[in-house]
Design a protein around this ligand. Structure first.
Ligand SMILES: NC(=O)c1ccc[n+]([C@@H]2O[C@H](COP(=O)([O-])OP(=O)(O)OC[C@H]3O[C@@H](n4cnc5c(N)ncnc54)[C@H](O)[C@@H]3O)[C@@H](O)[C@H]2O)c1
Length: 431
C-alpha cells in the first residue's frame, strides 16, 4: 500500500505516539508537515520524522494558508484547542484523526460533525480502547448473538494513584476551569463511548449521575502537612502519604513525560538536580496533593437507561491502588466479564445439565495486536485510520465522528445531572 502523508498538529505526547505507530511500526505513513507554536517541538519533528523545514508551521492558520498539502491530519492538541484547530482543516478537505475528548459542549460537537460531512472528510476520534483486542473481542461476542440481547453493562474505571496524581490532581487535567474538561469527559469519555458502542442497537434515554470532589480536598490533608512535599512537609507525614512527590516523581516516575513538561524541556534531558529543584519551586507536581486546588470530581457514578429498557452503569474513582478497567455485561442468553489489564474475558451460559453455568475464557494476551500503548488500541486505531484514508473500509471499531457523538453527549448529560442532582433526558439537538 502507498504510504499516506500526514500533518501533525500539536506535536506533543499523544500525536507523536500515533506518528510513531504509523511511520515506524506500521510503516504506512509519512509525516510531511507539522504545526506547533513551540519551536522545540518543530525541531523534534524535523529530527525524528524528517519533516521538511518549509512545512513546519507555528499555527494552523499558517498551515491552512498553503492549502491542502498532504493526505490527512493527526490532531493531538490539548482538549480546549480541538475545535479551533480542526475546523479550518476540515474546510480544506483534510481527513482528520482527532484526540478525544472532541470538545466540551454539544454545539461544537455537532458543528465539527457537520463540517466533516459537508466537506466529505473522514473525522476519526481517538477512542483507542475500541481497537484493543480485549474490547474488540467483547464486541464480536455480542455481535455473534452468543449472549442474546444486552440487559445491563457495568463498567468500572480504577485510576491508580500515580495516574491520578500526574494527570488529575497535580497535572494538566486537574482543573476544569483551565483545561475545559470534567473528569468524566477527560478520562471516562472512553468508557461511556464503549457503553454506547457495545449497546448500539439502541440509544440512551435518560441518565443520572452522582459524585464530586470529596476526598482530595484540603480538609483531608494529613494534620501538620506542608504545602510542598520537598519544602515544608515533615518527613514523618511524608513517609505515610501516598502522594509524596519523592518516590512518585524522583524514584519511580512511571509516566515521565508528564511531571517535567512544565520545565519546557524534553524529560530525557533533565538532570535529577533540576527535577528536584523544580519540585521545590515552581513545578505543580511538587505541591501537596490535597491542597493544590484541583476542581474536577474525584469519584463519579453514572447510570443510563436506554430506549429499549436496557441499562448501563459506570463508576470511576481517583487514587485507586490497582489501575485498570472492569466490565460486566448481562445478556438474555449469557454474560461476559473481564478486566482489561488481565486480558482475559469470561463468557458464561446457563448449563441445562447441571442447572448451574458453564464458562469459557478468551485470552487476548497472546494476540500480537495487543502491542503498543492502550493494550494495542493506539496501533489498531492508526491502522484503521490509514486504511480508511487510503480508500479502504472501516473496521467494527470505527470511531468516526458520527459513532462518537452519542458517547460525548451522554457525558455532557451525565455531568449536567451530577450538577443538578436530577436525571437528565439524553435527547440531542435536532432529535
Ligand atoms: N486517546 C487517549 O487515550 C488519550 C490519552 C491521553 C491524552 N489524550 C488527549 O490527547 C490530547 C493531547 O494530550 P498530550 O498529553 O499529548 O498533550 P501535549 O501537551 O503533550 O501536546 C500538545 C501539543 O500541542 C501544542 N500546541 C499548543 N497550542 C497549539 C496550537 N494552537 N496549535 C497547534 N499545537 C499547539 C503544544 O505545544 C504541545 O506540543 C489531549 O486532548 C488529551 O486529553 C488522549
Amino acid at each position: 500500500m502507498k504510504k499516506i502523508s500526514a500533518m501533525v498538529v500539536g506535536c506533543g505526547d499523544r500525536a507523536t505516539v500515533y506518528a510513531t505507530e504509523g511511520c515506524k511500526n506500521l510503516k504506512n505513513m509519512k509525516i510531511t508537515a507539522c504545526v506547533d507554536p513551540d519551536i522545540s517541538k518543530l525541531e523534534m519533528m524535523k529530527r525524528e520524522f524528517g519533516v521538511p523545514a518549509d512545512n513546519c508551521f507555528a499555527s494552523v492558520e499558517e498551515a491552512a494558508a498553503r492549502g491542502k498539502i498532504c493526505d490527512c491530519v493527526i490532531n493531538g492538541t490539548m482538549d480546549r484547542l480541538h475545535v479551533s484547530t480542526t475546523l479550518p482543516l476540515l474546510e480544506l478537505g483534510y481527513d482528520v484523526l482527532l484526540e478525544k475528548p472532541v470538545c466540551n459542549n454539544e454545539k461544537d460537537l455537532l458543528a465539527l460533525r457537520d463540517a466533516a460531512e459537508k466537506n466529505g472528510c473522514r473525522l476519526f476520534i481517538c477512542h483507542v480502547l475500541r481497537y484493543s483486542p480485549f474490547y474488540r473481542k467483547i464486541k464480536e461476542v455480542i455481535l455473534s448473538g452468543e449472549i442474546g440481547n444486552i440487559v445491563h453493562i457495568n463498567t468500572y474505571e480504577h485510576v491508580g494513584v500515580f495516574l491520578t496524581s500526574v494527570s488529575f490532581v497535580r497535572g494538566k487535567w486537574s482543573k476544569q476551569s483551565e483545561c475545559g474538561s470534567s473528569l468524566l469527559l477527560a478520562k471516562c469519555c472512553h468508557d461511556i463511548d464503549l457503553i454506547c458502542w457495545l449497546n448500539n442497537d439502541t440509544t440512551p434515554d435518560t441518565v443520572y449521575s452522582d459524585g464530586g470532589r470529596n476526598f482530595l480536598i484540603p480538609e483531608n490533608a494529613p494534620e501538620g502537612s506542608g504545602t510542598r512535599c520537598l519544602v515544608d512537609c515533615p518527613a514523618k507525614i511524608r513517609e505515610k502519604c501516598i502522594f509524596d512527590a519523592k518516590p512518585m516523581y524522583l524514584d519511580n516516575c512511571l509516566l515521565p513525560w508528564y511531571p517535567w513538561q512544565c520545565t519546557g524541556r524534553d524529560y530525557r534531558e533533565i538532570t535529577d538536580e533540576e527535577k528536584e529543584s523544580s519540585l521545590k519551586t515552581y513545578n505543580p507536581h511538587g505541591l501537596c496533593a490535597y491542597k493544590c486546588g484541583g476542581d474536577i470530581a474525584d469519584h463519579q457514578t453514572v447510570s443510563v437507561r436506554f430506549k429499549n429498557g436496557s441499562y448501563a452503569t459506570h463508576s470511576v474513582t481517583l487514587s485507586s491502588f490497582r489501575d485498570g478497567r472492569d466490565i460486566f455485561i448481562a445478556g438474555t442468553e449469557g454474560e461476559i466479564d473481564g478486566r482489561l489489564d488481565d486480558g482475559k474475558i469470561t463468557v458464561r451460559h446457563y448449563d441445562r445439565k447441571t442447572s448451574w453455568y458453564n464458562s469459557r475464557v478468551i485470552d487476548v494476551n497472546e494476540d500480537e495486536e495487543t502491542a503498543g500503548q492502550h493494550y494495542g488500541g493506539d496501533r489498531g486505531l492508526v491502522k484503521d485510520f490509514v486504511n480508511t484514508v487510503a480508500g479502504g473500509r472501516t473496521s467494527i471499531s470505527a470511531t468516526t465522528i458520527n459513532d462518537s457523538v452519542n458517547g460525548h453527549i451522554l457525558v455532557f448529560r451525565a455531568d449536567e445531572s451530577m450538577k443538578k442532582g436530577v436525571p437528565v433526558k439524553f435527547d440531542k439537538s435536532g432529535d
